[in-house]
Design a protein. Structure first.
Length: 1036
């Protein structure tokens, strides 16, 4: 016990000695870095600490950086890092806690204290068993931490802590003292600097007041500005009316500078801003001062000074520079006024002689007298108006208007005079004999040096005879040249006399190249003589013809155009001109061809897609019925293709699909059809089969071709294929069932080892019985209220406006919620689909009325089955709902019809669409791009909305051609003024993609999943109040 007390006593003596030495160091040291080093050395020498160091906070790195240290442990600082950010493990130690809390942090057992865990290993190597961290403050704020380490546990007791705390306070006091001493010295230096610059300003003012040459005044300004700022260079530009003198101060004095003259001449002389422009390469700042007098609105000159890029000294010198600017501006203005007075007297004599002898009608009115009387009128004014000078001088010019005082141009003149601006207008005047004339009046204000309007100069011009002709020619010329359609005009001999700008843009021929020539120079040769004979017969008979024809550009390119030709005859009925107006159909044709190809072919492989394959299968079935031969339907799927994509990337996968497609096409007969159903699935049709042996031989070749190794961009790939085949008419099913049967057989082949083809067996027909059971259950669900509508919003991603909602059917089945895909396909050809459609329409309209009463109005989209749409009962069902619900109109309803609906009789479809539109219903094409829709159908039916199928978006990575489809569909919608909605947008990557392509309206899980009505109402409130659409792509 006595030994421990003696040891504690020695600790205290060491600390007192340390504190004493620290205080002495504070009195002697005038540099903070030296102070830090001294303190660390004192701590180890007199305090006998094993190690001491001081860390200063780096705000940018959020870290304590060592600035001084002493003792056994210098390598310790190289082995550790101490952060100040609480998110890092090294940001919770005693030093960080001391810095943030402003309180001492004591570690009695360094190896076992949880606060020191990140540094235990390093501390153990250096023998640190206890430590203390005390904050160092400066100006009342923590700037760093003093850390002391001992080789014994519990080294820092309360007495030691108290003395160490006093030591930290003394260090903070010393830092504050150093700061105050530095501020005192800076204040004294600033005061002396101010005295010197005020003296310089006074001397410059006295010197400038004695000078009468503007150049000398500007030079004095430049020299003084350089002295005030210690500037590097100075340039000035001095305006004397319309001339400019520019000089630069070099080492030898002021020298003329042509580059400065060009520079200053481009500046805005009305801008009073003092401009600061950094010059990073020179480490300087360019200051530009406009020199304005007290009585002028434009700068008399500009001064530019290059000074050192020191923000402190720059802000200090700016008040002196501004004072110098005002002093010299007054002196400069006075010098200019003396010069200007002499020049004005000379100019006045020249102007008077010029006005009197001018052939233009001129008069001058005094703007400082009441009613602006005429004080001068030249001889041409007297001749134009017929009034002698005795009846003109002293009157306001309105006497020329007689009693005609309600002209609009008078308001224009009055507003210009009130604003002190010039004006040019047309005015109806009367001569002394009473004859009217149209006066093209130009009125110009004349100002004194203060900018006050003292007089107005009026210039009159009689434009009565030419005004109407000029206006008509101008209007016709503008319309002709600005037209977006090409226009050519020929004479009675069918020679081209005039073409417009659009003609040149479309054909490549300029006006000079075609003038005087026959339009047949544009002929492509694709139309025969009979075509042109018929065209001219109709033109000469009716005076008008229009139609599509192919012409040839100057480049030789043949292009389609829509041409309208009319004739212009003179008063005797003779043809004077033929006028042709045409527009280029190239873009329309290309879009139609591109859409047509993409609609029926796979963009990657060029093989027929599902749509074209379905057409060919339908044709093959009819042919088989006539010939009596068999038809094979083979569905082939690549084994392990997903692994190729995962291991080698989608690009290699695409190239592999293209090569597989090429091999398959080469392995079959010319009469067979190979198509891609999607992904790695292919459908192959074998018409006119003579027997199973022939089919088996072809299928063996297919499997063998697929099995052969592939070399794709340095990747060696091997794979196999599994397939299922069914034979018609042995399998006497419809198109969809035949494909489904082949699909069932294909999965059987995959399940039994792959790399094989299985034939479809009748035992797989259990699904048919399941289908009938499903219909019965669905009928009961409809009767018992187990069907519900969910609603998924459609929004404008630019404004967040909810454009509408799609009603989506859900079946609350005892086994769980079932989606439409689970049951609608089963009943699509059954009358149950009509009953179900009526229920959906009624429920959607009921909900629409409820939301409308709550102040929410948007369209609700309802999917209509092909059977219901083509039943002839849809119109009557809608009318019944209008009467039942008491609805004024059906503008809030949008019927979504799939492209399969449109493949039936187009005339009947058009009739049903027209009947729906008469009731106010809107029409949308759902899953656009996946079915049979052609531009003809779009043009004929004019849908209000095109809803783009999500498969194009989802498969855009595997099939880059999908982007082209999306772009083409958007252009179609824009071309036919239909809204275009992108379905199935589920993530931000897809949102960025559709936004990049140009889509503005979306539907999908990124916005919201389908919701029950009460959930949808809550969504509307949250979506609108929280402006949630702003966070779709970049959430906060």
């Amino acid at each position: 016990m006595r030994k421990k007390s003696a040891q504690s006593y020695r600790h205290l003596l060491s600390l007192y000695a340390t504190l004493s030495q620290v205080n002495q160091a504070i009195l002697r040291v005038s540099d903070e870095d030296a102070l830090y080093r001294k303190i660390c050395r004192i701590a180890t020498e007199f305090g006998h600490f094993r190690f001491a160091w001081i860390g200063v906070a780096d705000p940018n790195r959020q870290e304590l950086l060592p600035v001084a240290w002493s003792g056994e442990g210098a390598r310790y600082l190289q082995e550790i890092r101490i952060f100040l950010h609480p998110d890092k493990p090294e940001g919770h130690g005693p030093a960080a806690r001391a810095f943030h809390s402003g309180k001492m942090q004591v570690i009695h057992d360094f190896f076992n204290d949880p606060r020191t865990t990140p540094w235990v290993a390093a501390a153990r190597r250096h023998g640190f068993q206890s430590s203390v961290g005390v904050p160092i403050a400066r100006g009342g704020q923590s700037i760093g931490v003093l850390s002391l380490y001992a080789s014994e546990k519990s080294y820092f007791g309360p007495p030691e802590q108290r003395l160490i705390r006093e030591m930290a306070l003394d260090i903070s006091f010393a830092l504050d003292y150093l700061d105050n001493e530095q501020k005192r010295k800076e204040a004294e230096a600033a005061l002396e600097n101010t005295r010197q610059k005020l003296t310089l300003l006074l001397e410059s003012s006295l010197s400038a007041n004695k000078k009468h040459d503007p150049l000398e005044i500007m030079r004095e300004f430049g020299r003084t500005a350089l002295s005030l700022t210690g500037g590097l260079r100075c340039s000035y530009g001095l305006f004397d009316q319309d001339t400019l003198t520019a000089e630069r101060f070099q080492e030898t004095g002021w020298e003329e500078d042509p580059e400065a003259a060009s520079h200053f001449s481009r500046l805005d002389r009305t801008d009073r801003t003092i401009v600061r422009s950094p010059l990073p390469e020179e480490g300087a700042v360019l200051l530009r001062f406009p020199v304005f007098g007290l009585k002028v609105r434009q700068a008399l000159g500009f001064v530019e000074i290059e000074v050192s890029d020191n923000p402190v000294s720059l802000e200090r010198d700016m008040p002196f520079l501004s004072t110098l600017l005002v002093q010299n501006a007054v002196s400069l203005e006075n010098a200019f006024l003396v010069q200007a007075l002499s020049r004005s007297e000379s100019r006045l004599r020249v102007f008077q002689k010029t006005f009197e002898s001018s052939t233009v009608s001129l008069c001058i009115c005094d703007a400082l007298q009441p009613d602006f009387p005429v004080i001068f009128a030249n001889d041409q004014f007297i001749r134009l108006t017929g009034y002698p000078r005795s009846e003109t001088i002293g009157k306001n010019c309105r006497f020329l208007q007689g009693a005609d005082r309600e002209q609009e141009s008078r308001t224009e003149i009055r507003q210009a005079i009130e604003a002190g601006k010039s004006v040019r207008t047309m005015l109806r005047n009367y001569r002394k004999d009473g004859t009217p004339f149209i006066n093209e009046l130009s009125l110009f204000p004349i100002t004194d040096p203060d900018g006050t309007v003292t007089h107005y100069l009026g210039i009159q011009n009689d434009v009565t005879d030419t005004l109407i002709h000029e206006k008509n020619r101008e209007i016709a010329s503008k319309v002709f040249d600005m037209a977006s359609d090409g226009i050519l005009i020929t004479d009675s001999e069918n020679r081209i006399v005039l073409v417009n700008r659009a003609f040149t843009e479309i054909t490549g021929y300029s006006q000079e190249e075609v003038k005087g020539k026959n339009p047949r120079l544009l002929s492509s040769g694709r139309q025969d003589t009979f075509f042109y004979q018929t065209m001219w017969h109709e033109l000469l008979t009716n005076g008008y013809w229009q139609g599509e024809l192919w012409n040839r550009r100057k480049s030789g390119e043949i292009y389609p155009e829509w041409l309208s030709i009319s004739t212009r005859k003179d008063k005797n009925g003779r043809i004077e001109n033929h006028i042709g107006i045409f527009h280029d159909l190239t873009g329309v044709k290309e879009s139609e061809e591109r859409i047509a190809f993409l609609a029926y072919h796979d963009p990657l492989t060029g093989l027929p897609n599902r749509i074209l394959l379905r057409d060919r299968l339908e044709y093959a079935l009819r042919q088989t019925s006539r010939t009596g031969k068999a038809l094979g339907i083979l569905l082939l799927d690549l084994d392990g293709f997903k692994n190729v994509n995962d291991l080698s990337g989608h690009h290699v996968g695409d190239l592999l699909l293209m090569e597989v497609s090429r091999r398959m096409a080469g392995a079959v007969r010319t009469s067979d059809s190979v198509g891609r159903m999607g992904g790695d699935e292919f459908l192959i049709l074998f018409p006119d089969l003579t027997g199973l042996e022939e089919l088996s031989s072809i299928m063996d070749r297919l499997l063998e071709q697929v099995r052969q190794p592939y070399e794709i961009e340095g990747n060696s790939v091997s794979l196999t294929a599994s397939g299922g085949v069914t034979l018609y008419p042995r399998d006497n099913a419809g198109i969809d069932d035949l494909i489904r049967h082949a699909d069932i057989a294909m999965y059987s082949a995959k399940n039994r080892g792959k790399n094989r083809i299985h034939f479809y067996e009748l035992s797989m027909e259990q699904s048919l019985r399941n289908r009938e059971t499903l219909k019965q259950e669905l009928t009961r669900a409809l009767q018992n209220g187990h069907l519900h509508l969910f609603y998924q919003p459609q929004v404008d991603i630019r404004t967040g406006v909810v454009l509408g909602a799609e009603a989506l059917l859900r079946w609350f089945h005892p086994d769980g919620i079932r989606l439409p895909a689970d049951f609608l396909g089963t009943i699509e050809n059954d009358d149950l689909s009509i009953d179900l459609g009526r229920w959906v329409l009624g429920e959607a309209l009921r909900q629409h009325l409820e939301w409308k009463k709550e102040g929410q109005f948007f369209r609700i989209g309802v999917n209509v089955s092909p059977r219901h749409f083509g039943s002839g009962m849809l119109e009557q069902d809608l009318k019944h709902l209008v009467e039942l619900r008491g609805i004024e109109d059906l503008s809030g309803l949008e019927l979504e019809i799939t492209e399969n609906t449109l493949v039936s009789d187009l005339g009947e479809v058009q009739k049903t669409v027209r009947a729906c539109r008469d009731l106010g219903v809107h029409i949308a094409f759902d899953d656009f791009g996946t079915g049979y829709t052609s531009l003809t159908m779009v043009r004929t039916l004019c849908p209000d909305t095109l809803k783009v199928d999500q498969s194009f978006l989802r498969g855009i990575t595997e099939n880059p051609g999908n982007r082209s489809i999306l772009e083409s569909i958007l252009k179609i919608g824009q071309g036919f003024q239909a809204a275009v909605i992108m379905e199935g947008v589920e993530n931000r990557r897809e949102l960025r993609l559709v936004r990049e392509i140009g889509y503005h309206s979306i539907q999908g899980y990124l916005v919201s999943p389908p919701l029950l009505p009460v959930q949808f109402s809550s969504f509307l409130q949250t979506w609108q109040a929280g402006r949630l659409w702003e966070n779709l792509e970049n959430p906060s």
